[in-house]
Design a protein around this ligand. Sequence first.
Ligand code: HEC
Ligand code: HEC
Ligand code: HEC
Ligand code: HEC
Length: 177
Amino acid sequence: MNVHPAALHRNKIPVFLTLLSVILIAGFVFFFYTTPGTRIGPEQPIPFSHRVHAGVKDIQCAYCHPYVRYSRHPGLPPVEKCLHCHNHIIRNHHWIQKEHAYFSTRTPIPWKKANVLPEHVLFNHQRHIQKDIACKECHGLVETADRITGKIFLMEFCITCHRQKNANVDCWLSCHG
Ligand code: HEC
Ligand code: HEC
Ligand code: HEC
Ligand code: HEC
């Protein structure tokens, strides 16, 4: 190869720019995945998949979160509910064995919370579900996710929809306890 020295020198600029963009992209990816609410979602004690259950197998949200319509808390399914199916379905799978271990020691499965709502905020599922607001308006397409990403619910998010739907925006009275 016969490269002119001037050409070599000119090549430094693209090399520098490439390096710079690699560093910027790596930095972006790092912050994206380490910022709570945007990362992949917490690793759970059993890799329960909403995609498999609510998506592929089309099990209704309310089957596992039965109180979402009637109470402030949607509820997470107790291990008995998992075993209702898994005493029959893939019963020898090692994750199902782990369900049995929780069940027989009467230990609730220590699910990690993905969603964050600041503590002083009063949020009530009931009021929203009864107005026919779909789960996905706030939680996204849970049925396509293996792991729930969750998010940090900021006031802006609540207010934007409340304005659009003419709901109460007097938040200091209704949302902040
Ligand atoms: C077969 C049972 C089952 C079904 C069906 C199901 N879920 Fe879940 N859900 C769970 C379990 C178990 C957890 C806790 C583990 C986790 O976060 O993955 C959970 C967690 C969640 C969370 C996250 C809670 C948090 O803050 O950490 C949301 C939101 C949720 N489900 C919404 C839905 C929606 C919406 C549907 C219907 C599209 C649905 N679920 C269907 C069992 C179920
Ligand atoms: C209504 C029935 C039903 C309930 C309730 C249910 N499952 Fe499942 N689960 C299934 C079916 C169906 C499959 C798919 C089995 C297959 O692939 O052949 C499955 C698959 C799985 C798998 C295999 C891994 C994977 O993602 O494919 C795990 C782990 C699992 N379930 C955990 C749970 C846990 C934990 C609960 C309780 C929170 C639960 N399941 C509740 C029906 C159920
Ligand atoms: C108007 C917005 C909104 C809608 C609509 C909504 N949610 Fe939620 N959901 C939230 C917020 C905010 C939280 C976090 C609240 C908390 O942690 O107390 C949450 C938390 C949850 C949790 C976790 C509860 C826990 O105890 O950890 C589950 C499960 C859940 N939602 C299921 C559902 C299902 C199923 C639907 C649809 C039937 C639904 N949500 C509709 C806003 C919403
Ligand atoms: C997708 C739209 C939507 C989002 C997002 C939403 N809301 Fe609402 N919210 C409504 C609607 C519509 C009502 C009116 C329900 C009714 O009239 O009973 C309501 C009612 C309420 C009420 C009862 C108000 C009253 O009159 O006493 C509270 C409290 C509330 N929301 C808090 C929140 C909080 C906190 C958040 C954010 C975490 C939130 N909402 C996010 C649509 C939404």
